[in-house]
Design a binder for this molecule. Structure first.
Ligand SMILES: [Zn+2]
Length: 55
């Protein structure tokens, strides 16, 4: 099961974005689940969709 990165890079300011309300320790996620991230620098929100594990 793919798990998105705990940290992603903000495409606007290159700051670090952290997930809102989700952490890797919570376990696997269903494909298509939307994970909201918040940039710690510019406070923009980014939504990352959990990819389907089949190629
Ligand atoms: Zn940012």
């Amino acid at each position: 099961m793919p798990i998105p990165d705990h940290e992603i890079v903000c495409v606007d300011c290159l700051g670090t974005c952290y997930p809102l309300g989700w952490y890797p320790g919570d376990g696997p996620l269903d494909p298509g689940t939307i994970l909201p991230y918040r940039c710690k620098d510019c406070l923009d929100r980014w939504d990352v969709v959990v990819p389907d594990e089949t190629d």
